[in-house]
Design a protein. Structure first.
Length: 295
């Protein structure tokens, strides 16, 4: 049935999402990709505070502490967000909240924690970030600027991990789409777009380029997290046209849940940009006034 397909089209038939096993516990490529993403994000953050301490006035000690807090917020938020937004058993989880983070099935087998929401992770990250700045008595926006420039390339690992884990499939390739027929992946006998890899490019690489360019604009100081929200939201909105909507949710009109959440993210990002730019303009005017008064 698949003789006419290329090796790329049938890659899932030859690639096991489990990298290896330790004491009977399967270690998936997705888990490895996720850990690589965390390490890479921290590496990028350290790189930028070293080469541009004026733009990112953050100590290594503060960054390492913040990284731990932020990751805890991301994991908790992503899991709870998935349960509340996407999981059809959400009401059962609400009645059994400890099961949200239970990595074992009803037979006691280790299956890991499956189902994470990016947008839920963002909410968890922001809430923990707020608690962190109150506890450490530091300014929030410079930290968020650093996060905005550190996350996109690391995000590529996550989407590649989704691809290797045989999950978040793309929509079915139409018969008249020649390019789609070439790049499509065979899933249960049907060719689907490799939307995970498309998202890795759009939501990772393209967003990183936008953030790097924006970081050179002085007026956008402390506004990079807003730029990230807008650029990621736009890229995710576009990528959703090639991604299969969650079957338990379907479409809301012509939009998927991912697109709706991305629109909200875009709006919030614009508000952050406006707020930061107003502050920058006010500070610049105040600085000019003070300089002229002294002269």
């Amino acid at each position: 049935m698949i003789e006419h397909y290329s090796l790329w089209n049938t890659i899932y038939a030859h690639f096991d999402p489990v990298a290896f096993s330790i004491f009977g516990i399967n270690v998936h490529w997705y888990g490895i990709a996720y850990m690589c993403a965390l390490v890479f994000a921290l590496f990028v953050a350290h790189f930028f505070i070293r080469i541009n301490p004026t733009r990112f006035p953050i100590s290594k000690q503060l960054l390492d502490s913040y990284f731990i807090w932020a990751e805890i917020g991301v994991i908790i938020g992503a899991r709870i967000g998935y349960v509340l937004i996407y999981d059809p058993n959400r009401f059962w989880y609400l009645a059994h909240p400890l099961e949200v983070f239970n990595p074992f099935d009803s037979f006691g087998n280790f299956v890991g924690i499956r189902g994470m929401s990016f947008h839920g992770g963002v909410i968890g990250f922001l809430l923990v970030s707020y608690v962190f700045i109150k506890a450490k008595r530091v300014t929030l926006l410079p930290l968020l600027d650093l996060v905005a420039i550190s996350v996109p390339l690391a995000y590529v690992f996550g989407r590649v991990g989704n691809f290797l884990n045989h999950e978040l499939f793309g929509r079915v390739v139409s018969e008249n789409d020649t390019l789609g027929q070439r790049v499509g992946i065979l899933v249960d006998g049907v060719l689907r777009y490799p939307s995970q890899l498309l998202e890795a490019i759009l939501e990772g690489l393209v967003v990183f380029i936008i953030i790097i360019i924006s970081s050179r604009v002085k007026l956008l100081t402390n506004a990079l997290i807003g730029v990230y929200g807008v650029s990621y939201g736009l890229m995710r909105f576009v990528a959703e046209y090639w991604r299969e909507p969650d079957p338990q949710l379907g479409l809301f009109g012509s939009l998927s849940m991912g697109q709706i959440l991305s629109l909200i993210m875009i709006i919030l990002g614009v508000l952050v940009i406006i707020y930061a730019m107003k502050n920058n303009l006010r500070n610049n005017l105040q600085g000019t006034y003070n300089a002229s008064s002294k002269s």
